[in-house]
Design a protein around this ligand. Structure first.
Ligand SMILES: [Zn+2]
Length: 216
């Protein structure tokens, strides 16, 4: 994986839940220990199970980060876009990032409202220049409406297969740090190919809230 490796240094991952960073981008993080990683999750700060696991994962990924505690109840009531944006801005402030990473416009599987809401907030803030980042990468996975486990979207412009040792480390984070059993959806999903939609100043107008896969 030669692309960008030598010029990107400051990276920020904004996700809905602890484990999303590992599941969807863990390989990228593990393969770039020299980058400065900041990882933020919008939910679960007060979850006595997930919160300490996230901190342990951060430590193993050599990343810094924080959690917020936005509602993540089973009803998945819609969150206010401005609440999400305001929370994100308390973290990103005036910082400059070379790379900003978040959920795909449709999330990664069918379907989780928090993933989609997070993606939308990050897209908006980045397009409006409220987050200063040279590039935006959005997770590019699809599950064909739940017919299969999420896997790299065929049309994604950035995708790479993880070397086995990298995938093993990512898998251990999911199973040993986050504690998902080998037969869990998470462990079975843990992608071997990571994939991202890629935006920069030139193509930022192509980001829409709808079916990105159909147009790229
Ligand atoms: Zn999630």
């Amino acid at each position: 994986m030669k692309h960008k490796r030598d010029i990107l240094h400051r990276a920020c991952i904004l996700v809905a839940h602890p484990d999303d960073e590992t599941l969807w981008a863990g390989g990228l993080i593990i393969m770039h220990p020299d980058w400065l990683w900041k990882i933020y999750t919008l939910c679960r700060a007060s979850d006595p199970d997930r919160a300490p696991k996230f901190l342990k994962a951060l430590s193993m990924l050599n990343a810094k980060g924080e959690m917020a505690d936005l509602d993540d109840g089973p009803e998945q009531e819609p969150l206010s876009g401005s609440d999400i944006q305001n929370q994100i801005l308390t973290w990103t402030g005036q910082d400059h990032y070379d790379l900003l990473i978040s959920h795909g416009p449709q999330g990664e599987y069918t379907r989780h409202r928090r993933h989609e809401e997070t993606s939308r907030a990050v897209q908006t803030l980045w397009k409006e220049g409220k987050i200063d980042a040279a590039e935006l990468w959005l997770f590019a996975y699809q599950d064909n409406e739940g017919a299969n486990l999420p896997q790299a979207a065929a049309g994604a412009p950035i995708q790479f297969e993880l070397p086995d040792d990298v995938w093993q480390k990512k898998y251990r984070l999911i199973t040993e740090v986050y504690g998902f059993t080998p037969d869990s959806w998470e462990a079975r999903t843990t992608p071997r190919v990571e994939a991202y939609w890629h935006f920069n100043r030139e193509n930022r107008h192509q980001i829409q809230k709808t079916k990105l896969e159909d147009r790229l």
